[in-house]
Design a protein around this ligand. Structure first.
Ligand code: NAI
Ligand code: MG
Length: 518
């Protein structure tokens, strides 16, 4: 039995707080996920599960049905303050400050093992709260989260400085050491809740930082279940604190807190700017992983049997709710019709539905708000002169489903081409010359610079284009990149810093230079 068959073999009804519709009853989840949904949710602060000080709670939804599936505490500034105090104590006086790198590595690895042991349950919770298909949650989000923790567990014992060659070696000896930046605030988005948590928590633990984490208000569930695993792993109290709540309250309290040394954020550029301003108070370090509008450039010699599925996947994976989504297609005139028809055909065959339905390949978008935002963009594109070549409509009347959509006749000045839509919408454009500079200019005509891809069999063209595209990650004959070892992050307004890989550790360490007079 593979993992998915195992999950489907044991099914329990999803506990629902209301019963707005009947179709949801056909979806079943495992007993562990069902019992987690039923249990009362609390905040994890200083190793204890506590309610929000205000006593407030808020609803969390299944975007595939619109139904409430659980309630979680609405933490705000007061709870963040408690969490920061606990993290500070753990960092400065607690066991975490004395624990060896080897022991840290062991604990991180243990966390990975626990995620793996509970992968089925975590995948189901992720599907219910985020909407993505179960196969993706299980084989991608959870599997990659496990991998991220293992990758970073290895780094815990390998964070070293350098011996510096100086110009007066007889007089001085100099070296650097890398030390943890301190207490870090981490604000997580909803598009890949557990994986984005893993990208942030794993390197912070590896470097010896302590954490105050706020999951997105739309998707708090896997973070809370993760908190239980943190305790099971034996990670000392206060090292990881988890506060569920809203952006303008709990999130803003993290960004402005004077006792937080660094804030790591993934989300909208708009909120990225708010965070930078709030962080100015104590000049905390800031890393940002913001929006994108990544170009996908298809040359006439590209292998279409690779490019068509690759470009389709690059935009419609996770219902287009991926910061690196390949949302601007530039195809050479000679192959434009072929690739657009090919993408449209595949898009039409994508099985859209509830993430727990068998065989579903694309789920809903996260919320009614996001659904309206995406549909608004499609409408705006249409009225600005774009043609809806494929899709363009909502699907069904419950849940936030949008058909995979391809817009043609799009121009660089249109909002659909300039702004991040964060939904299943591809803007297709063509070029008809061989001037790589000109093609790159079009591709770079964006405030963003997160990712991009080039599709060609010509090595020379590939290398030249890689150099010309101003973005943090470029694929050649592939768009996505999933490995924990590959740094990712943005040029231009796509962000500050790189997550994952060895570079990801730099976000969580400070370099200390030591000079000794001999
Ligand atoms: P958002 O940027 O408002 O939310 C992301 C996170 O930031 C959440 O945890 C939220 O609680 C927090 N947040 C919100 N306001 C805050 C504040 N004032 N201070 C501190 N934290 C705050 O994103 P939203 O509104 O859910 O989505 C809007 C658009 O943002 C999407 O359409 C998409 O374009 C973009 N986005 C990009 C993501 C990425 O992976 N780069 C992820 C999520 C959204
Ligand atoms: Mg927002």
């Amino acid at each position: 039995m593979d993992a998915l068959e195992r999950i489907r073999a044991r099914r329990f009804p999803i506990p629902m707080e209301n019963s707005m519709n009947t179709h949801a009853d056909q979806f079943r989840i495992g007993e562990k996920a069902a019992s987690f949904l039923r249990q009362e949710k609390k905040l994890l602060i200083d190793g204890k599960w506590v309610p929000a000080q205000s006593g407030k709670i808020f609803d969390t939804y299944d975007p595939g049905t619109g139904r409430i599936i659980a309630q979680v505490p609405e933490g705000d500034a007061a709870d963040i303050d408690d969490a920061v105090k606990a993290a500070r104590r753990a960092f400065e006086e607690g066991p975490w400050s004395r624990i060896t790198p080897s022991e840290r590595g062991r604990l991180i690895w243990k966390l990975a093992d626990l995620l793996e042991q509970n992968a089925d349950e975590l995948a189901e919770l992720e599907v219910l709260n985020n909407g993505k298909p179960l196969a993706n949650a299980r084989n991608s989000d959870v599997a990659l989260s496990v991998d991220m923790f293992r990758y970073m567990a290895g780094w815990a014992t390998k964070i070293t400085g350098e011996t510096i060659s100086i110009s007066a070696p007889d007089k001085y000896h100099a070296f650097t050491v890398r030390e943890p930046v301190g207490v870090v605030g981490q604000i997580i988005p909803w598009n890949a809740p557990l994986l984005m948590l893993a990208w942030k928590v794993a390197p912070a633990l590896a470097t010896g930082c302590t954490i105050v984490l706020k999951p997105a208000e739309q998707t708090p569930l896997t973070a809370l279940r993760f908190g239980e695993l943190v305790q099971e792993a034996g990670i000392p109290a206060g090292v990881i604190n988890i506060v569920t709540g809203f952006g303008p309250t709990a999130g803003a309290a993290i960004a402005s807190h004077p006792q937080i040394d660094k804030v790591a954020f993934t989300g909208s550029s708009e909120v990225g700017r708010i965070i930078v301003k709030a962080a100015a108070g104590n000049l905390k370090k800031v890393s940002l992983e913001l929006g994108g509008k990544s170009p996908v450039i298809v040359f006439p010699d590209a292998d279409m049997s690779v490019a068509i599925p690759g470009v389709t996947q690059g935009i419609f994976a996770n219902s287009g709710q991926v910061c690196t989504a390949g949302s601007r297609l530039f195809a050479h005139k000679k192959v434009f019709d072929q690739i657009v028809d090919g993408i449209g055909q595949r898009a039409g065959n994508i099985r859209v539905g509830h993430g727990l339905s068998e065989g579903v390949q694309m789920g809903p978008v996260i919320s009614p708000v996001q659904c309206d935002r995406v549909m608004g963009y499609i409408e705006q594109g249409r009225s600005a002169g774009a043609t809806v070549a494929f899709g363009g409509t909502r699907i069904g009347n419950e849940g936030n489903f949008i058909a995979p959509t391809v817009l043609t006749d799009t121009r660089p000045d249109m909002a659909v081409v300039q702004e991040e839509i964060f939904g299943p919408v591809l803007c297709a454009m063509s070029f008809d010359d061989d001037d790589l500079e000109q093609i790159a200019r079009q591709a770079n005509d964006s405030i963003f610079g997160l990712a991009g891809s080039v599709w060609t069999r010509d090595l020379s063209v590939a290398h030249k284009m890689v150099r010309r595209i101003r973005a943090g990650r470029i694929g050649v004959n592939v768009h996505g990149s999933v490995d924990a070892a590959i740094p990712t992050g943005g040029f231009k307004q796509s962000g500050w810093g790189r997550e994952r890989g060895q570079e990801g550790l730099n976000l969580y360490t400070e370099t200390k230079s030591v000079i000794m007079s001999l």
